[in-house]
Design a protein around this ligand. Structure first.
Ligand SMILES: *Cc1c(COP(=O)(O)O)cnc(C)c1O
Length: 513
């Protein structure tokens, strides 16, 4: 095994030097910081290009081993074969396609839930189980884990699918009963697996998330879970390093594929444009760049919740006067982009991060110093796309190229067209169009975001609406797992009140089932 890499945290408070398996299980550092590796591996060009000859699971295993994970290399290979195996509907897993001769698209939605969260959540739960197994073997812990998730859509389903029937884990997902589409709800309530639970929560996403957060910070609930069920709580959310590392792999992989496919000359740099919410996906590209992948600029694409593109333009992160806007790209609707803290740490160090995070908590804004701002501007550029323009982009690109974008990818496509220069651009595609079929239908019908669908669509299920899209876009395929949703049994029908007690009650009932 290569030498093991130790981790530090972005606020400089964890001095224990945890390893990969420790940080995967811990999730967040004591004091609220995020874990980052003490050293980053460097990849040379030959090493990167050689990956083009390997299957995706081997590419992932190679990058993990360069990161000095404390899991034996044979186990890493075995876990990666499972993570990136037959459950994907494209054997290249994360293929780069040429949607137009000058527009390369990295498709990150060939996994079981048709959105990019699968790239990490098909992988990370395997390493989570493995890490718990290692803790048990070293007699450092005896408990298993209960993952609690509050979701507005994509994450819940991808987490359920990733953790289903994984040893030493249980997962319970709460979704806002008023806040997910018919298709997203059906994806969750039909989930298979003996260790999974799903509950609706009366109210919107904020109500749902606040209630789950309150359960998380209730120590007496944690004690009860430990004493009665030998369980510890964990969240497995997108700040977990175990979710970030798999997101570096596909950028290295994509560059190798672009060179092998003739789209880029070996060594020439590309720009990458990412539809951004919590800053996790684009941060994967940032790490790949630091490790030596020839990436020039990172184009950060926001929707109308444009706090990030504003930050990149001004150096001021300000949520004090901002209201949450609903958009056709809900997985990018975010005010606090938690993973930004890792970038700030790499640019400015732990003292600065501590100060800025304190200001964000107290004053709802912070401003980075001039040097940090200048460093950020060397790499990042940002822009945002309004709701109607993102739908218009879906229609325009479909009419020009026959390629159907989902609303998240449409935001990135539009920003890439606005900001591109002479370098080849890689547009990152984060969802299959069918996952957001209702808005894609509006787009193809040339409707604005606020306009209702025609009356003959009233009462159609999410899956039936996909049929309407296919009438307008013959040849557009719907992934099997989505097409069959109306025929599956709904396993989970319970909806509970928003509030800590009802969340905890739901978990108790589920454990006692
Ligand atoms: C989660 C998600 C995003 C945002 O990714 P971040 O890593 O949070 O920036 C974009 N598009 C889709 C479809 C997603 O599911």
């Amino acid at each position: 095994m290569k030498s093991t890499v130790r981790y530090q945290d972005t606020r400089g408070l964890d001095l224990t030097g945890p390893r990969f398996s420790d940080v995967v299980v811990k999730g967040i550092a004591p004091g609220g910081g995020l874990f980052v590796p003490e050293t980053l591996p460097e990849l040379n060009l030959n090493e990167i290009l050689a990956l083009a000859d390997a299957p995706y699971w081997r590419r992932a295993a190679a990058i993990f081993s360069r990161f000095g994970v404390d899991v034996g290399s044979e186990r890493v290979d075995a876990l990666m074969r499972r993570a990136y195996g037959a459950q994907w509907d494209n054997e290249r897993i994360a293929p780069v396609i040429e949607a137009r001769p000058d527009m390369h698209v990295l498709e990150l939605w060939h996994g079981p839930t048709s959105a990019f969260k699968d790239m990490a959540l098909q992988c990370m739960p395997l390493f989570f189980s493995e890490s718990v197994e290692m803790l048990h073997a070293r007699r450092l812990a005896e408990d298993d884990y209960l993952i609690l998730v509050a979701t507005s859509g994509d994450t819940g389903k991808a987490a359920l699918e990733g953790f289903a029937d994984r040893a030493h884990t249980n997962i319970v997902v709460f979704y806002p009963a008023d806040g997910v589409s018919d298709l997203q709800r059906k994806q969750m309530v039909t989930q298979r697996g003996d260790n999974v639970g799903v509950f609706g929560v009366r109210g919107n996403f904020d109500d749902c998330q606040n209630a789950v957060k309150a359960a998380f910070s209730d120590e007496s609930f944690a004690d009860e879970l430990h004493e009665r069920w030998s369980l510890r709580l964990s969240s497995a959310n997108s700040i977990n390093w175990g979710r970030l590392l798999p997101q570096i792999v596909y950028y290295v992989s994509a560059y190798a594929d672009m060179v092998a496919g003739g789209g880029v000359k070996a060594g020439d740099s590309i720009d990458v444009c990412v539809p951004t919410g919590n800053f996790g996906n684009i941060l994967g590209a940032y790490y790949a760049r630091r490790m030596g992948v020839p990436i020039g600029r990172l184009l950060c694409a926001s929707n109308e919740n444009n706090v990030l593109s504003d930050f990149i333009a001004t150096g001021v992160y300000d949520i004090s006067g901002r209201d949450f806007v609903t958009t056709p790209s809900p997985s990018m609707d975010i005010l606090i982009s938690s993973n930004l803290e890792r970038l700030l740490f790499h640019l400015a160090g732990p003292e600065a991060v501590r100060e800025w995070m304190l200001q964000l908590a107290e004053e709802k804004r912070f401003q980075v110093d001039r040097e940090t701002f200048a460093q950020m501007r060397e790499v990042f550029v940002g822009d945002f796309v309004d709701n109607d323009t993102s739908l218009a982009t879906i229609r325009r690109v479909f009419e020009d190229t026959g390629y159907l974008l989902d609303p998240h990818t449409a935001v990135a496509w539009e920003v890439a067209e606005r900001l591109r220069d002479d370098s080849p651009v890689l547009v990152v595609s984060t969802a299959h169009w069918a996952k957001f079929g209702t808005d894609v239908l509006s787009a193809l019908l040339a409707l604005g975001y606020a306009e209702a669908l025609p009356a003959d669509c009233d009462g159609l299920s999410g899956v039936e609406l996909l049929g309407r899209v296919q009438e307008l876009a013959p040849g557009a395929c719907v992934p099997h797992a989505l097409a069959e949703l109306d025929t599956l049994d709904e396993r989970f029908g319970v909806v509970v009140d928003a509030g800590r007690e009802s969340i905890e009650g739901a978990v108790r009932d589920w454990l006692a089932r």
